[in-house]
Design a protein around this ligand. Structure first.
Ligand SMILES: [Zn+2]
Length: 284
């Protein structure tokens, strides 16, 4: 997961969303808001939403990759705050992300947890036939790649199995957020994900090696084309991680890491030779 590029919604589209949202907000009862929001969402004009989807695609990492797993195509407009609990966020641009159907429908669904001002955690859920009431005020546990910088919470173990772990220094609420996000999307338990991260690592190393060839040839045109291709790679979080690992290296432990891991040696050799590549980041 990486922090997404910021894109604004054109005024005309924003207005279209407002036209759909306003009647929901005007309802008196929370339960009516929930029911109407679901209804209006299901009946919305999919064509009008193509433009919204198009802008969300531009925000996605790589080429239209899912904002959560970075792996599959981001196909579903996903409400970060589920509309089932937050009907007031149903037609709000800032609440939209593009996720793959696996992350959206199999893993996140309506799962959402918040921590209230007293520090108490609430895992939101609805019991059948129980009164439909609004959730308490609170901060979401799930990391939101639109606003949060996931690399501040998550690290990828590139020396070993490409699992994602909470960053070591985290405590309290931040640690909870990292754990909750990893668990929600099963970022280590979907076996394909660590494998694709490993493949991404090899692709990035290969990219640097081709960069080296173009640079040795002094081929500026090829270098330019090659540089722009990097943004289209999948799992850009792996790029951000190798960059972070190298930039934050501490001499004493770095030597030990290098001795233990061929991958760390691979990064070390290449960034030593081409430190200018450390300027490339996709975090906006
Ligand atoms: Zn996904």
């Amino acid at each position: 997961m990486i922090k997404l590029r910021k894109k604004n919604l054109p005024t005309a589209l924003r207005q279209k969303l407002k036209v759909l949202q306003d009647p929901i907000d005007a309802l008196m009862l929370y339960q009516d808001k929930v029911e109407t929001a679901a209804d209006v969402w299901n009946k919305k004009d999919a064509k009008a939403f193509q433009a919204v989807r198009g802008i969300l695609e531009e925000m996605c990492p790589g080429v239209h990759r899912c904002v959560y797993c970075e792996d599959a195509r981001g196909d579903d407009i996903e409400h970060f705050h589920p509309k089932k609990f937050y009907p007031e966020m149903t037609f709000v641009w800032e609440n939209y992300l593009l996720a793959c159907s696996v992350c959206n429908s199999n893993f996140k669904r309506d799962k959402f947890a918040i921590v209230d001002t007293t520090g108490q955690r609430h895992d939101l859920h609805r019991v059948k036939n129980a009164p439909v009431i609004a959730p308490p005020q609170g901060a979401p546990l799930l990391i939101n790649p639109r606003y949060d910088n996931p690399i501040e919470y998550l690290q990828i173990d590139i020396a070993r199995k490409f699992y994602i772990y909470p960053r070591l220094h985290l405590t309290g609420f931040d640690l909870e957020r990292a754990k909750y996000t990893i668990e929600t999307f099963q970022l280590n338990d979907r076996p394909e994900l660590p494998r694709w991260r490993e493949t991404a690592f090899r692709n990035f190393i290969g990219w640097i090696d081709t960069y080296a060839v173009h640079k040795a040839d002094n081929d500026h045109k090829a270098l330019k084309i090659h540089a722009s291709a990097l943004a289209k790679y999948s799992h850009l979080s792996v790029w951000e991680e190798i960059r972070r690992v190298y930039l934050s290296r501490i001499p004493a432990t770095w030597e030990k890491l290098k001795a233990r891991s061929e991958r760390i040696r691979a990064i070390d050799r290449r960034f030593n030779a081409y430190p200018e590549l450390l300027d490339i980041t996709f975090i906006r």
